[in-house]
Design a protein around this ligand. Structure first.
Ligand code: XMP
Length: 470
């Protein structure tokens, strides 16, 4: 592989547990710079004869950290900065040759380094948004310590991908499951630019899309739309509602929606007959969060990775966006000339509103959450906040409570409004929305959406919450 540097990631383990992932000492003797983060840092110290101990209390959350700015890792970082800590074990004594380069009130070794061997250990998490200057630290490691040039550009990604796809596909037939979201849209357009109408896109409307979304997707990709491809829309709403009847457990709902999607897709694929390639809009966070990259715990199943149709007659999968983060997918989309409103469309989960409705999914609840969500999105856009907030939506809690409308007693649902700021969607913070905007949304939802008598705003960050509300 000939890497320029190695980053050992964090993880939920303790280096003293028997089957914890580990490395041989030789990893640190390769002469390749190594940066260990959290568990990776502890493991590095443990293996190199430092001391790691279990603390009585877990250090968790945003923490003030004091860094030594003479360290290359902390070059241009403020001497006192905010980091995100999440650990029980801590490094109580550094390994021989290391010097301490950061500490917090509770953590004597928040960072340490041995510049001769180019080994760096950071106890906190520079990779999460909550670590204010974390990106700078990673930049310092990758660009400074490892000497990477950083000359990879999006435009070369698009050009190279189109060329590579053409070469691979030849005059083969390609099938793509199009959801209308940013990822599958960019993947579809990339394929369409490469091989034109050798591509067929199947769009399954499972009745769990946002209000009017099915028609919007059809307008862009259908026969009246902008692209050279074959477009098939399947209206499968009733099928999905039937399968979901009586099911309230979130993972069970995800599985049902994923499986039913595959069944519908297979039926369409059978009609089309044998194809050579199947396109998937998988992006890098899908790969990581599905636990495919290693041992990270599967937080929730992603229906867009792994669950591949068995009976579609295809030879090979193409995942053109597998290495890209969301912001890079968007850049690729712009490069490809996809309209901005589509490119900057917020992410929407594969299982759709099925996982924004707590408890059983019914057509009636879908109607409620669609209408509430449409109002919320409209008002956020009107207030000019749509570019600022990375993801926002309404969810339907399964809670009903007593209210009063006019002179009547009501017993209706509570809608939860979610809005987060995030870059990588792996960590996030609740967005600060002006009260008057929230108030307007609340008033409109209560007045216009039958079946709702309460509106709440979700303040939870990720972690400990998730972005979705399921
Ligand atoms: P969570 O809720 O895990 O969400 O914090 C992180 C991001 O992923 C989206 N999400 C999904 N996207 N299929 C998807 O394509 C899924 O099953 C899925 N579940 C969550 C979520 O909307 C957020 O942007």
């Amino acid at each position: 592989m000939n890497p320029r540097g190695i980053i050992l990631t964090g993880g939920p383990n303790s280096c003293y547990e028997e089957d914890s992932p580990t490395y041989t000492k030789e990893l640190f003797e390769l002469g390749i710079p190594v940066l260990g983060l959290c568990y990776g840092a502890q493991l590095m110290q443990h293996i190199l004869d430092g001391k790691v101990e279990r603390a009585e209390v877990r250090e968790y959350g945003k923490t003030e950290v004091f860094v030594d700015t003479t360290s290359e890792l902390f070059s241009n970082v403020s001497p006192t900065t905010t980091c995100w800590m999440s650990h029980f074990d801590y490094i109580s004594q550094t390994a021989p040759g290391f010097r301490i380069t950061a500490h917090t009130a509770d953590c004597p070794v928040a960072a340490a380094e041995d510049t001769d061997r180019q080994l760096y250990a950071i106890q906190f998490h520079p990779e999460v948004l909550h670590t204010k200057e974390g990106t700078k630290m990673l930049y310092n490691f990758v660009r400074g310590v490892c000497g990477c040039a950083g000359d990879w550009k999006m435009d070369s990604f698009v050009e190279q991908s189109i060329r590579a796809i053409r070469e691979k596909v030849g005059d083969g037939k390609v099938l793509c499951a199009l959801s209308g979201g940013v990822d599958s849209s960019v993947a579809a357009v990339l394929l369409s630019k490469a091989v034109g109408d050798q591509l067929t896109c199947v769009f399954v409307d499972q009745g769990l899309l946002r209000k009017n979304e099915g028609d919007e997707v059809e307008a862009v990709f259908g026969p009246e739309g902008n692209y050279d491809l074959n477009f098939i829309r399947v209206n499968a709403q009733e099928r999905f509602y039937q399968k979901l009847a009586g099911v309230s457990e979130p993972e069970a709902k995800r599985k049902i929606i994923g499986e039913e999607f595959i069944r519908v897709f297979e039926e369409e694929a059978k009609k089309i007959g044998a194809v050579d390639f199947l396109v998937q809009g998988t992006i890098y966070p899908d790969v990581v969060e599905s636990g495919l990259g290693g041992e990270s715990a599967v937080i929730k199943s992603h229906h867009n990775v792994g669950g591949l149709p068995d009976y579609v007659d295809f030879k090979e999968i193409i995942e053109p966006l597998r290495d890209l983060f969301k912001d890079e997918v968007r850049k690729a989309g712009l490069e490809l000339g996809i309209p901005e409103y589509l490119v900057y469309r917020q992410p929407f989960p594969g299982p759709g509103l099925g996982i924004r409705i707590i408890g059983e999914v019914t057509a009636e609840k879908v109607r409620i959450v669609q209408d509430a969500d449409a109002i919320y999105r409209e008002e956020i856009a009107k207030a000019g906040l749509d570019q600022e907030i990375n993801q926002y939506f309404a969810a339907l809690t399964n809670m009903r409570s007593v209210g009063v409308m006019g002179d009547e007693r009501t017993y209706d649902y509570a809608v939860a409004l979610r809005a987060v700021k995030t870059i990588d969607f792996m960590t996030a913070e609740a967005a600060e929305i002006p009260f008057e905007v929230l108030n307007r949304v609340m008033n409109r939802i209560i007045n216009e959406v039958k079946g709702v008598n309460r509106v709440m705003y979700d303040l939870t960050s990720k972690p400990p919450g998730t972005i979705e509300f399921e």
